[in-house]
Design a protein around this ligand. Sequence first.
Ligand code: ATP
Ligand code: MG
Length: 195
Amino acid sequence: MPKPPTENSTKRTDPSLPDSPQRLFFALLPDGAVRKRLHQLQKDLEKAGGRPVPEENLHLTLLFLGNVEADKVDAVRDIAAGIEGKRFDLVLDTLGGFRQNNARILWVGPSESPPALGALHQSLRRQVRKIGLRVGKGVYRPHVTLVRKADLRKKSPEDLEPDIQWTAHRLALIASELLPSGSCYKTLLEKKLSE
Ligand code: ATP
Ligand code: MG
């Protein structure tokens, strides 16, 4: 018997079909100035090779949902629309990498995660559970992925000391379609966090 898809399933989704599940995640989107600084950091990391995340796709994942059945997508939208949080500051000051097969992912993240960020993650997690979605129990490690498939033999510049000040106020619910050319993101809803 085929196994049921899990939340991390890469089952093909097709948003043009009304009943097709959608691969969803909540994210914070950088504004123009922060996006530019992230892009500059990608350029500074060019020596590490790999595939930079397209500038327009740069984001910080708040909660990854994976495939969500079509009949639950509206409820997820309502959760995003109902978020009442305040904007908060975070400082992206740490570069890191983690292995993925024979390559690695390079990311930048905060050395100190602001309490508001953890609270937002927990609140989203609680709410999606309430509508019957399963989300993994993994520890939340906020980061912005900069480069995929970086070459492990090439070292990334160690003299880089990022210091990106970010007032996060754009929360988005994003659908990600996995295409052979890479994932294609579509923002389903954007919610501004209040001042
Ligand atoms: P690609 O998979 O084509 O390299 P991608 O990782 O950007 O592109 P998705 O796999 O749809 O696209 O992931 C969307 C976001 O959710 C990314 O920030 C990704 O790092 C994160 N993500 C994906 N899978 C998980 C997971 N199992 N747990 C936590 N976060 C995840
Ligand atoms: Mg992925």
